[in-house]
Design a protein around this ligand. Structure first.
Ligand SMILES: Cc1cc2nc3c(=O)[nH]c(=O)nc-3n(C[C@H](O)[C@H](O)[C@H](O)COP(=O)(O)OP(=O)(O)OC[C@H]3O[C@@H](n4cnc5c(N)ncnc54)[C@H](O)[C@@H]3O)c2cc1C
Length: 388
C-alpha cells in the first residue's frame, strides 16, 4: 500500500500531523502498534486532559537548543488549539497558571482529533507492529500486516514512559538507523526517591504536603511537595525533576512566604522549644522529623545567634541529594531524545535525510508541567503537517 505520508504513532502529535497533512490534500496513513490510539491523551490531566496553557512560550521548554521550539510554537498557538476545541463544542476551563482542561473528559480531545483525521481523509491503522524501515527512493515500512511505502515518513512514537500505554524506543532506534544523534534520554516530571538512610527517617511523613519553592540547576518552581514512602513528589518536585541529574542536589525553601529570621528575632528570649515553634508553620510530624534530622530542638533562648542563622538558612534552603527517580514507569515525560540540531525547526525534517520527520516527545524538547507537553505535540505536529 502506498501513501504520500506515513506517520508512525497515532498519539497526540501523530494525529495532529495527520489531520494537517490530509487537509492539504496529501494521502496519509497512520500506523500504531497499540489497539488504543491516543492512550496518553486519554489518561492525561487525570482524565481531563490539560491540553494547552495560555502561557505557552519557549521558556517553558527544556532542550539542548532552547530556541528550537520557537518557530513551531509561534505558528500554532494556544488560541489555534482552542479554536479547534470550540469548533467541536468541547467545554473547557482554566484551572490555575493558565492550564486549560476539558470540563468532562480527555476522550473529547481524542474524538476531536480522530474526527479531524477522518475529515482530512487520513487513514489510521492500529495494531500494526513495525518490523523494519528502509529508504530507497521512497520509504518502505514493513509491518506484521504487510509493507507500506511513502515519500515522507513522520516519526511520532513519543517518549519512553508508561510502556503499558504503548511507549517504545522505536523512534530513537529509527533516528540511530539514519545516523541522527540522540540526547541521552531520562525520565522527567517524575517523583524523586531519597537515599536509603533518608528514606527511613522520612517514611512516616508519607502523605504530608507543603507549599514550597523547589530549585534545581538554576530553575525554581513554586508549588506543593508531597512526601511519599520512598521520597518526594508533588508539582514542584515533578517540575524540578526534569532538571535533576544523578548526583545533583535540590534545594527547598520550606517557608517561602515567612521571614523566619524575623520570627526568631521576635521570640529571641522565649522558652518555647524550636520544634513547637516550627509546628505553627508545618504539620507537627514534619516539624518533629525535620528537627530530629538537622538540629537539636531546645528552647529558643538557648540558641546562639550563629545557630539560629544556620537554622534560618536550612529552612529557606533545605538541601537534599535525591538517590534517583521513580523512573519511566510513572514519569510523565522523557527528557532528551532526537537531537534538535539534526532537525529543521520550521518543518521538523531531518537535515541529513530528506523526507524523514520527527515530532512530539520523541525529540529533545520537553515541556514543564501544565499542558506544555501536549501543546508541543500539537505545535510540532502541525508544523510538520504543512511540509511532510
Ligand atoms: C500519565 C500522564 C499524564 C499526562 N498528562 C499530561 C497533561 O495533562 N498535559 C500535557 O501537556 N501532557 C501530559 N502528559 C504528556 C503527554 O501525554 C505527552 O507529552 C504527549 O502525549 C506526547 O505526544 P506524542 O505524540 O509525542 O506521543 P504519544 O501521545 O505518547 O503517542 C505516541 C504513539 O506512538 C505509538 N508507538 C510507540 N511505539 C510504537 C511502535 N514501536 N510502533 C508503532 N507505534 C508506536 C504509541 O502507541 C502511541 O500511540 C502526560 C503523560 C502521562 C504519561
Amino acid at each position: 500500500m502506498k501513501a504520500d505520508v506515513i506517520i508512525i504513532g497515532a498519539g497526540a502529535s501523530g494525529l495532529m500531523c495527520a489531520a494537517a497533512c490530509g487537509r492539504l490534500g496529501r494521502s496519509v496513513l497512520v500506523l500504531d502498534h497499540s489497539e488504543q490510539v491516543g492512550a496518553k491523551i486519554l489518561v492525561s490531566g487525570g482524565g481531563r486532559c490539560n491540553f494547552t496553557n495560555h502561557h505557552v512560550a519557549a521558556e517553558h521548554y527544556l532542550s539542548n537548543n532552547p530556541q528550537f521550539c520557537r518557530s513551531a510554537l509561534a505558528r500554532f498557538t494556544p488560541r489555534d488549539f482552542l479554536s479547534l476545541v470550540e469548533q467541536h463544542n468541547i467545554l473547557y476551563y482554566e484551572k490555575e497558571a493558565g492550564q486549560l482542561f476539558c470540563q468532562a473528559s480527555s476522550r473529547a480531545i481524542l474524538t476531536m482529533l480522530l474526527k479531524e483525521c477522518d475529515k482530512a481523509g487520513a487513514q489510521i491503522l492500529p495494531r500494526h507492529k513495525v518490523i523494519q524501515i528502509e529508504k530507497t527512493d521512497l520509504f518502505s515500512v514493513t509491518t506484521d500486516h504487510g509493507t507500506f511505502t511513502s515519500q515522507s515518513l513522520v516519526i511520532a512514537t513519543g517518549g519512553l514512559s508508561y510502556v503499558n500505554l504503548g511507549a517504545t524506543d522505536l523512534g530513537h532506534r529509527i533516528a540511530k538507523q539514519f545516523g541522527l544523534k540522540i540526547v541521552p534520554p531520562k525520565p522527567g516530571l517524575v517523583p524523586l526517591t531519597l537515599q536509603a538512610d533518608y528514606q527511613r527517617s522520612v517514611r512516616d511523613l508519607a502523605g504530608i504536603s507543603l507549599d514550597t519553592v523547589v530549585s534545581c540547576s538554576n530553575r525554581s518552581y513554586r508549588g506543593n511537595i508531597l512526601f511519599t514512602h520512598r521520597g518526594l513528589s508533588g508539582p514542584a518536585i515533578l517540575q524540578a525533576s526534569s532538571h535533576w541529574t544523578p548526583g545533583g542536589r535540590i534545594v527547598i525553601d520550606l517557608l517561602p512566604d515567612v521571614d523566619i529570621h524575623a520570627v526568631f528575632q521576635e521570640k529571641r528570649s522565649s522558652k518555647m522549644e524550636m520544634q513547637n515553634l516550627l509546628a505553627a508553620y508545618f504539620p507537627k510530624r514534619f516539624a518533629q522529623v525535620w528537627c530530629e534530622l538537622h538540629i537539636i530542638s531546645k528552647p529558643l533562648n538557648q540558641y546562639s545567634d550563629k545557630d539560629l542563622r544556620m537554622i534560618v538558612g536550612m529552612l529557606h534552603a533545605w538541601e537534599l541529594a535525591p538517590g534517583g527517580t521513580e523512573g519511566y514507569r510513572i514519569a510523565e515525560v522523557t527528557v532528551g531524545g532526537v537531537d534538535t540540531a539534526e532537525l529543521s525547526s520550521k518543518t521538523m525534517e531531518a537535515k541529513k535525510v530528506p523526507g524523514l520527520f520527527f515530532i512530539g516527545e520523541v525529540m529533545d524538547v520537553t515541556g514543564e508541567l501544565g499542558g506544555y507537553n501536549l501543546h508541543w505535540a500539537w505545535a510540532s505536529g502541525h508544523a510538520c503537517g504543512e511540509f511532510a
